[in-house]
Design a protein around this ligand. Structure first.
Ligand SMILES: Cc1cc2nc3c(=O)[nH]c(=O)nc-3n(C[C@H](O)[C@H](O)[C@H](O)COP(=O)(O)O)c2cc1C
Length: 349
């Protein structure tokens, strides 16, 4: 079995990030590529949202926007996969180029703008999935030209929630105008209230909220409180940042869009810490942002994340990073004399 990224590695710099991504997806889909590592990690297993996670490392939203390779990524070792963002109607997204690699900074900037095949196409794929393959969450958003944001989230929830293990309300992408305003208390309350109407469609499916790292900590705390009051079971912290932390070196650093990877780590981890402290662990957090190694993963968990996700690390390290993060996490727990992952969650907060 090949490793897609090994296969494509030498070409990555030549063919551009979006084409490389398409090729990687195709290779995974046809089963010619993929490195596997053991998904079942008894020492790292955790139960949350009524789901038994074999390990805490998930694939972040945006890699598999159309749920094409959920089974393959689970087979590669991920403990769970979040597909999406999916909008009700298909949309093309922003003009290309819209993904930029910043190798000097171990980072990516993207302004894709929710390019996806739409909820009906994705629903068809999810209908065909085998639940025993592993946990699949679905991340939903609104169409760019929608006049009714709440209606879009309702439609997407209605269609997709019955087919998923959890649903993430994405109000934090920087690439859809007005989307992040939905994080403001009143708008968020209205959005979540309007979702209550379709909640009975999938009463057992956990609803999560994904936040932007650019929220002031007070606003993030307010959003978390509103979320908890409206039946949200957990937070995904965080999406990409529109800020540009000092020290970025690559010439693409000035491109518009959301920054992910190493330079996002401190910002998103401090948001995890703040929200974990504020909520006393009441709203479990999926920590994502800048995890490139087992050490980063462990710090994110110790800051308060019960589960973690990666995307940009895959761009630099390929699927081999999944096994190395899981192996490293087991070592960190053992070195600190901790008997379970849960004991490490929030240990530094
Ligand atoms: C190319 C790209 C596309 C992304 N698309 C989405 C998306 O559609 N929905 C979403 O919620 N997050 C999206 N993200 C954000 C990731 O899910 C994640 O929150 C962020 O990249 C931080 O993690 P990382 O530093 O490990 O990449 C995207 C990230 C990248 C790099």
């Amino acid at each position: 079995m090949f490793d897609t990224w090994r296969l494509l590695g030498p070409m990555m710099g030549l063919i551009g990030p979006e084409r490389a991504h398409d090729l990687a997806l195709r290779a995974l889909e046809t089963g010619v590529a993929g490195r596997r590592s053991s998904r079942e990690r008894p020492g790292l297993a955790t139960t949350l949202f009524g789901l038994d996670f074999p390990n805490p490392l998930g694939l972040a939203a945006g890699f598999d926007k159309n749920a094409r390779v959920t089974a393959q990524m689970l087979a590669a070792g991920f403990g769970f996969v979040e597909a999406g963002t999916v909008t009700p109607r298909p949309q093309a997204g922003n003009p290309r180029p819209r993904i930029f690699r910043l190798p000097a900074d171990r980072a990516v900037i993207n302004r894709l703008g929710f390019n996806n095949e739409g909820m009906d196409q994705v629903a068809e794929r999810l209908e065909a999935r085998r639940p025993e393959a592993g946990i699949v969450g679905i991340n939903i958003g609104m169409n760019r030209d929608s006049a009714d944001a709440a209606g879009d989230y309702r439609d997407a929830f209605f269609r997709l929630a019955p087919l998923a293990d959890y649903v993430v309300i994405n109000v934090s992408s920087p690439n859809t105008p007005g989307l992040r305003d939905l994080q403001a208390v009143r708008q968020l309350a209205r959005l979540l209230e309007s979702l209550q109407g379709v909640r009975p469609e999938a009463p057992d499916v956990a609803l999560l909220l994904k936040l932007a790292p650019d929220l002031a900590s007070e606003d993030a705390g307010d959003a978390a409180r509103v979320a908890a009051d409206h039946g949200v079971a957990g937070l995904v912290v965080s999406n990409t940042t529109i800020s540009r932390p000092a020290g970025l070196r690559h010439r693409h650093a000035g491109e518009a869009g959301g920054l992910s990877g190493s330079p996002l780590f401190d910002l998103s981890t401090s948001m995890v810490r703040t929200l974990h402290r504020a909520g006393n662990g009441a709203l479990p957090i999926i920590g994502t942002g800048g995890i490139m190694s087992a050490q980063d993963a462990y710090l994110k968990i110790r800051a308060g994340a019960s589960l973690i996700q990666i995307y940009t690390a895959l761009v630099w390290h390929g699927l081999a990073v999944v096994g190395s993060i899981l192996d490293g996490l087991e070592e960190h727990l053992a070195a600190d004399g901790l008997g379970s992952l849960a004991e490490a969650v929030g240990a530094d907060s």
